[in-house]
Every structure is written in C-alpha cells, then in structure tokens.
Design a protein around this ligand. Structure first.
Ligand code: AHR
Length: 521
C-alpha cells in the first residue's frame, strides 16, 4: 500500500470536481475488494474531503501524509542531549513517517515532539499549548510536550510514532487560518488509541477558544475521547466519543447520559465530530476495519449559548478550551475541515484509514524467550533487574556471568504473552515458575499469579522504544504513564513526576530504559 503512495498526483487532484458523483466514485475506488486498485485508491483523507466539497483547513499526523501529494514535514522533535531540533518527514509523497530519521536523531538521548506540522498549507501548526485559565506544568506555565517514543505504532507496515498525551501535555494554535468561527460548519476526525484514556478534562482535538479561557457555552467544538462523566456519558463504562462544546462534553443532544453513545475502545479508534447551524453529529468506528457508526445526529443542545455556536477557531490537541490539561490519550492523525462533511465523505475517509493498516508495534520480545534486563543509567550500567532471593522485593544489583548461580537466576526472566493483553508482555521468574513481575502500590514485586484480573493487569507491560534512545521502556497496561523504573536500587512503577518519591523527574528517562540482554541464567 505504501508503494502506491510514492507518486504525487497534484495535477489530477486539481482537476477533481466537487460533485457528489465524484465522491461516490472515490468511495467505490477505495472500497473495491478492500484494496487500492483504482485511480481513487491514491486518495488520502484530505483529497477525499476536498472532493466532497469540505476541504481540510488543518491536517495533523505524526504517522503519515494526509494528502496524496504531501511530501513535507510531519512533526518536529527536540533532543535532550544538545537541544537541537529536527523535522521528521515522509518516506515519499503521500507516504508514511520516516521514523528511522527520528530514531537516528534521538539515539542515546530523549526526544520530545515540539511541533506538529499542518499539512493543509494554511500554517495551522500545533505547538506546546501556552498557559490558559489553567496553567501548564512546563516552562512559563506552558503545557508539557509529548515523549517522542512513547507511542510507537506500525502503519502501512512501517514503524511510526503517535503523540502520547500524559496529563499535563497539550498542543495548541491560537492564531489559525481558515478554521470555522461563529456558527460556520466544520468537521473533524481523529485516529486515537482507544485503550489509552482517562477521566480528566479534556483529551480533545478540534476547535477551541483563541484566548485559552472558558469563554462560555458554544465557544468550542472539539472531538473528545475519554471516560469523563463530569458533564455527560454514554452507554457502558466508557471511554466515549463526545463533543466538547464548552462547559459540556456532550454524548447526545443534551448534557448527562445519552444511551446512543456507546463505549468504544478499539485499540485504534476513529472518532469524528461535525457541526453546523443547529445540527451536529458524532460518529466512530474501528480504525483497523469496518465503517463508522453514527452515535448522535441532530440538533444543538437546548441549553443557552449553543445555538448559534460562537466558535473562535483555535485548535487544541490533548487539552480543553481553557487549557484544562488533566487528561490522557494518544493521537495518530486528524484533520479539521471547512464545511460540514457528508457521511459518505467520512465513510470514504474511514475506508482509507482502514486500508493503511494501523497495527500494534512489535518490541521484538518473543514469548518463551529468556532474557535479562540491564539498567542504562550511568550509575548502574552493570546492574540488572532481579528479584530478591529472600523476599518478594524487586531490585537492581550488579550481576555478571561470574556471579553465583542464584544471583544470575534471580536476574533472568521468561517473556510471556501479556497476562491481561497478549499484545503486551509479562515476565515470569526463571527460577520461580508461576511467579511474575508485577506492581502493587506502584512498587515492583515478584508474586505468584493468583489468576485474578487485577494480578494480570498488574503483571502486564506494553513496551515501547526506550526513553533515553536505547533499548526498551515498559509502561504498565493499567497505568500507561507509569513505567518500570529503578530508584535508589529498588524497582518501582514510576511516572515522570508524581506524588511518590520514586516519581522523581531526575534521571526518569534513564532509569526507565532497559537493555534486553542475553539471559544470565
Ligand atoms: O467543556 C468541557 C471543558 O470545560 C472545556 O474543555 C474547558 O474549557 C472547560 O473547563
């Protein structure tokens, strides 16, 4: 599929008409046999929106081009070692991200995503969100930047990285060009990690206030994803796709519970929102396969202020309109359009998203393999993660091939498919069969599997490329912002900042990075 994306088609794109017939033809082309077999097969999301008469006015992705002719930069990373930055582009026009360029630039250090380029040509780039009503935790009360390696993914068979939003992280553009204001119609979609969300306010992508303040009902229109019940909720326990229209996350026509908005938690989830005069809709689906379902399509809320809307036209990612930054999520791609996209245009976009093949990135850890995990912090490069012989504590200590057999065995692990998610991993002790590395109260322990759901989740870790540009890091399945760390020679599950002493930001990137070494035993 990616090979089809190496030929720019600017002339052909310019000749496309905006007729409904063209859109139908494009959809048919995308859908034929589920493969890209016709001219229309080269149509990427913003080509499809343009053909539908609702062109993109912002297009953001760290994984791929969203126009078949786009060959510019996708995002910018800054490395900790010398503070320099690098734009990460595509492998070819209309192609996938050049993740290898990021890996080379960030080797041996930590990188953050400082900017997400707008592919629409309108300059609506997303930068670190400036302070708003709610201050950010970063310099000058800006929001934090995303760790560039925390959300690896495979797309079109290529490694790429998403934008991992931990609480405190946010991006924004308050001076946009072409984004809907007032009651003007617009649409948007985002491809997200449906397994990474929380109830904080507000993991949004879309239209918000240019002021960074809550300017009242109807002053924003952004697609929200998460488990907040503060203003609204849908069926089940969430997460839900909702509309952040300011002072309310709407799961249906009015605030509160709306049964028509289902829990949706596909690993790769497509979330859409569109709104025009007294009309708006939420749709969603599995980004890996299948179409979109409509969860709400109707009039604006009854409460004062939402009809007509008073959209201001800023763009937010990962935060609420007033810079509420307590939420988590992962973003791979998304766009905003001018005009209210038809369902058929959105269906064509979803078919394109399906076709690119978002899948989980593989760490290379194979179930059944015996490994040892070697620390990377300068203090401790001869240390390995091990359990104590005498108790259930997990620590690091120097171990080598000449160490006593018991020490080598204590520092050897058998990789298992994740007890709670086979796309992740668990680590069984090599010398204590049935006992696994798990966290309990955010401390690492070696405990026997008791078969409970809690144990399985506590013992499941979802690796990503190492935080300091080497090896791997191991966030917990249940706490994606907390990772296996050594701190004062003891093993913990630690956040990059937080309430436990072991959440210290000092050396977090190093202490959470491990080399996968040959088994010591
Ligand atoms: O509408 C929900 C949230 O309320 C908005 O995102 C934020 O601006 C306000 O706190």
């Amino acid at each position: 599929m990616s090979a089809l994306r190496t030929s720019p088609l600017p002339g052909r794109l310019r000749r496309w008409s905006l007729s409904a017939g063209t859109v139908v033809a494009l959809i048919a082309g995308v859908l034929v046999g589920g493969t890209r077999t016709s001219q229309a097969a080269d149509s990427l999301p913003c080509d499809l929106y343009a053909a539908g008469g609702t062109p993109c006015v912002a297009a953001h992705s760290t994984t791929r081009a969203l126009y078949s002719a786009y060959s510019g930069p996708l995002y910018r990373v800054r490395r900790a070692s010398d503070g320099t930055t690098k734009d990460i582009g595509v492998l070819g026009a209309g192609g996938y991200a050049d993740a290898a360029a990021q890996d080379a630039f960030c080797a041996g250090t930590n990188c953050l995503i400082t900017l997400i380029h707008d592919q629409s040509g309108r300059g609506n780039d997303l930068n670190s969100a400036p302070t708003g009503y709610w201050p950010g935790p970063g310099p000058d009360r800006t929001d934090n930047l995303a760790d560039a390696t925390a959300a690896p993914v495979t797309v079109g068979g290529h490694k790429a990285y998403g934008v991992f939003v931990a609480p405190g992280t946010g991006y924004r553009d308050n001076r946009t060009n072409g984004v809907a204001t007032g009651d003007d119609p617009e649409g948007m979609y985002a491809v997200l990690d449906g397994t990474h969300s929380d109830k904080g306010c507000c993991f949004d992508y879309g239209n918000a206030e240019t002021t960074g303040n809550d300017d009242g009902n109807g002053t924003m229109e952004a697609v929200y994803f998460g488990t907040s019940r503060t203003w609204g909720s849908g069926a089940g326990s969430g997460p839900w796709i909702m509309a952040d229209l300011e002072n309310g996350l709407f799961s249906g026509v009015n605030r509160g519970y709306n049964a028509g908005d289902p829990t949706i938690d596909h690993r790769f989830t497509t979330a859409t929102l569109k709104g025009g005069p007294d009309h708006w809709a939420i749709r969603g689906g599995n980004a890996e396969s299948g179409g979109l379902s409509t969860f709400y399509d109707g009039v604006r809320p009854d409460a004062a202020g939402y009809d007509p809307m008073k959209k201001q036209g800023a763009i937010v990612l990962g935060i609420g309109g007033d810079n509420s930054n307590a939420s988590a999520g992962t973003f791979y791609e998304g766009v905003m359009t001018s005009g209210y996209p038809s369902d058929s245009t959105e269906d064509a976009v979803q078919a394109d998203i399906n076709s690119v093949g978002y899948t989980v990135w593989s760490s290379g850890l194979v179930p059944g393999a015996r490994i040892s995990l070697k620390a990377t912090t300068a203090c401790c490069t001869g240390h390995y993660l091990r359990h104590d012989a005498a108790d259930s504590d997990v620590v690091i200590s120097p171990v080598s091939s000449s160490s006593a057999g018991a020490d080598r065995a204590n520092a050897t692990w058998i990789v298992r498919a994740g007890l709670a998610d086979s796309a992740c991993v668990s680590f069984e002790s090599a010398d204590n069969a049935g006992q696994f590395l798990r966290h309990a109260a955010f401390e690492l322990r070696l405990n026997a599997d008791d078969g409970s759901r809690l144990f399985a989740r506590d013992a499941t870790f979802c690796p990503h490329p190492g935080n300091n540009g080497q090896g791997l890091s191991f966030p917990s399945l249940g706490y994606p912002e907390k990772e296996i760390r050594h701190f004062e020679y003891t093993g913990y599950l630690a956040g990059d900042g937080g309430s436990n002493t072991w959440d210290s930001k000092n050396y977090w990137y190093q202490d959470t990075t491990w080399l996968v070494a040959s088994p010591l035993s």
